[in-house]
Write a protein that binds this ligand. Sequence first.
Ligand code: NDP
Length: 272
Amino acid sequence: MPDQYAVIGNPVAHSRSPLIHEAFARQTGVDLEYRTLLAPTDGFTATANEFRAGGGRGLNVTLPFKGEAFRYAAFLSERASAAQAVNTLKFERGVIFGDNTDGAGLVNDLTKNLVRALSGQRILLLGAGGAARGVIDPLLQQQPLQLTLANRTPDKAQSLARSFGGAIEAGDYDALAGRQFDVIINATSASLAGKLPPLPPGVFAPGALAYDMMYGKGETPFLAFARNEGVAQLADGLGMLVEQAAESFFVWRGLRPDGAAVLKQLRQMQNA
Ligand code: NDP
């Protein structure tokens, strides 16, 4: 029987992870099966246990279970500990290993696919939820000139910044007036609701990149705002999705698939 993998979530039927991992398996010649696994909102542990008992080798974890997966893992990578969330579980010789590949996925998409070096850049990260927390450490490792967090509820951003030892500054959106950034990443869920985080005009520096972690819903209000502000480089989160999957595949199989090729296929499907 091929090695079994799945993405666990609720809802999960819409997930593109099976498509992505099947493409990686074809690329690398690995024999695996990858499916979606719907868990009841109060049934993450039971569903993951059952999958493991059936010989499952690994899980990707999506909403709303990344925190539960963090507690489920017996061993954690450094980046999962920093994120306090797990999106990749590996089951090997009776051990549950938890990792978080979201940050690496974002950084690889920015630096490789979008060819944007982050070192020396002024980066603004919008939001202070799970997605923002997961990408802070990998962004800091790129040695930006500064990393600033803005959140609707500033206390949350400030407490998140403190947990990273003061390497970042944090506040509300009003504090951004009169300032400019080279890379602005929308890690809020505002786009899901068709809303724009309250950014002041003029916040994009000349030559800036606007990145929305959301994908698959056309141009988001954030990207539309950036376009109106004259930003030329706009990106959605599809590349992050593919690159976090490539990193998970590497964690499971020790092989690095070509994320860019799969991203190209997904874009073609999206535009067809
Ligand atoms: P959370 O629910 O943990 O956090 C939501 C954040 O959005 C909070 O900071 C919240 O602010 C803020 N927010 C919500 N609505 C608004 C608004 N109208 N204006 C300003 N801020 C707002 O969500 P996650 O962090 O888990 O996910 C965020 C996004 O990232 C989602 O769209 C998700 O799809 C995407 N994502 C994409 C991935 C990819 O691979 N491309 C991977 C992971 C996530 P407050 O604290 O004030 O409530």
